[in-house]
Ligand binder design. Structure first.
Ligand code: PBG
Length: 309
């Protein structure tokens, strides 16, 4: 019988804490375990400490994960809870993403200051986003709008919006929902018009690949549909070797035994884009994701990635 509490690693942002609590609550429910069987261990990462520059400028993968992964590998943590969207496609040797919780809303939310909808923004309006994908998508939809880099916690961004530094901004609707702030969204954008980031809206758990005891503990809270969808989306991302400087969008959905996938790559200015739609049996989730990534890379040609990276 387990006596010491299980140590769950997480970042300390309100969103990260909400995610760690959700994973812990699902485990407590699945196994009828008391809260004191788990200890939530908060770690600060490089990505949390750098707030003044666009993440894309800093580059480097795993900005939000390195410190946590070191503690997993050393045995100081039993498992770690993350936003799947923030996870690099290649993990350190010995670690694995074993568990994906049921996907929350995958869509992006628009938060307007004086208008409710993206369409209603006047010509020359300013929107803030730190995400290259959102910057490129908005430039493609509304070339007349000015885009500025916008970072900080959800609260900081909303404060900047209220002060009038920008006329609008975007956040993942899942994040807003997890923070109990879904009413700040003035419009939720359909996945068709504003394709989400690969793995958006999905909480995942990372563990040591050889830790059978933890694999067994986590198995009941994994969601198979989400697992297959994220496997497909991450295979797409990996095939494109998405550096943080590449705007990439991708979204997969399971219907019974099948999985469908939509993917897109754009230039940062939104002037060029390539998209793809495909579907297959679910067992091929990883294969079609990889195929779609390679296919877009081929269609875009070698110049596409070099021009601006
Ligand atoms: N890069 C930050 C990040 N990572 C995950 C989410 C939202 C929650 C999710 O997608 O699961 C966010 C904030 C945002 O994009 O608004």
């Amino acid at each position: 019988m387990q006596t010491k509490p299980l140590r769950i690693g997480t970042r300390g942002s309100p969103l990260a804490l909400a995610q760690a609590h959700e994973a812990r609550n699902r485990l407590m429910a699945a196994h009828s375990l008391p809260e004191d069987m788990f200890e939530i261990v908060v770690l600060s990462t490089k990505g949390d400490r750098i707030t003044d520059r666009a993440l894309a400028e800093i580059g480097g993968k795993g900005l939000f994960t390195e410190e946590i992964e070191a503690q997993l590998l050393s045995g100081a943590l039993d498992f770690a809870v993350h936003s799947s969207k923030d996870m690099p496609t290649v993990l350190p040797e010995g670690l694995t993403l074993s568990t994906f919780l049921p996907r929350a809303d995958p869509r992006d939310a628009f938060i307007g200051r004086d208008v409710q909808k993206l369409d209603e923004l006047p010509e020359g309006a300013v929107v803030g986003s730190a995400s290259l994908r959102r910057q490129a998508l908005i430039r493609r939809l509304r070339p007349d709008i000015e885009v500025v880099v916008f970072r900080g916690s959800v609260q900081t961004r909303l404060d900047k919006l209220r002060e009038g530094q920008v006329d609008g901004t975007f956040l993942a609707n899942a994040g807003l929902i997890r923070l109990g702030m879904e009413d700040v969204a003035t419009e939720v954008l359909s996945v068709r018009e504003f394709l989400p980031a690969p793995a958006q809206g999905v909480i995942c758990i990372e563990q040591r690949a050889d830790d059978a005891r933890i694999s067994e503990l986590l198995a009941p809270i994994n969601d198979d549909d989400t697992f297959d969808a994220v496997t497909c989306e991450r295979a797409f991302l990996a095939a494109l070797d998405g550096s943080c400087r590449t705007p990439i969008a991708g979204f997969a959905r399971c219907f019974n035994e099948r999985i469908s996938f939509s993917g897109m790559i754009l230039t940062p200015d939104g002037s060029k884009a390539f998209d793809i739609k495909t579907d297959s049996m679910r067992g091929e989730a990883e294969k079609i994701g990889r195929w779609a990534g390679n296919e877009l890379r081929r269609r875009a040609g070698p110049g596409f990635f070099d021009d601006w990276s």
